[in-house]
Ligand binder design. Structure first.
Ligand SMILES: CC(C)(COP(=O)(O)OP(=O)(O)OC[C@H]1O[C@@H](n2cnc3c(N)ncnc32)[C@H](O)[C@@H]1OP(=O)(O)O)[C@@H](O)C(=O)NCCC(=O)NCCS
Length: 122
């Protein structure tokens, strides 16, 4: 998925260049030949936590796709024996917060008044 703002972090570089490494998950949602969404779970360290990120192109939001991808990612994380999923989202992102809470993510902190940190114990 191409976006003007995407700057691959080291975790992204690693995931994209090691597609057979089973310690991370990258799901994509496709419509015809186009990738319209993604959901990632990247291991976060030695404490059994992993970082979640998710995004869909605008026309594909609010159709249940994000809920479905997040559910698949959580099931996968449980099967992997991970302990905890963590994420950061903007505090005004009501839709995303609603979807994360549906799965039991709870707020664990705030940053700069603009960001909410959330976690789900698996
Ligand atoms: C956040 C995102 C992944 C959710 O995926 P989605 O496919 O749009 O969401 P779904 O259709 O599965 O579910 C949307 C839910 O939010 C609810 N919702 C929609 N707008 C809302 C709002 N403004 N406030 C609260 N809830 C809202 C819907 O009613 C629905 O709830 P329900 O399933 O209980 O009926 C997607 O909208 C997205 O990519 N947004 C932009 C990028 C982003 O915010 N990424 C997350 C940051 S980490």
């Amino acid at each position: 998925m191409h976006t003007a703002r995407f700057e691959p972090t080291p975790a992204w570089e690693y995931a994209l260049s090691h597609p057979d490494d089973m310690s991370h998950l990258l799901l994509v949602a496709c419509h015809e030949d186009e990738v319209v969404g993604w959901c990632r779970v990247f291991p976060g360290g030695e404490d059994g936590s992993a970082v979640v990120g998710i995004g869909l192109l605008k026309p594909y939001r609010d159709r249940g796709v994000g809920t479905q991808m997040l559910g698949t990612a959580i099931d996968w994380a449980r099967q992997q024996g991970l302990q905890r999923l963590v994420l950061t989202t903007r505090s005004d992102n009501a839709r995303a917060i609603h979807v994360f809470r549906k799965y039991g993510f709870q707020e664990t902190g705030r940053r700069d008044g603009e960001w909410i940190e959330m976690a789900l114990l698996l």
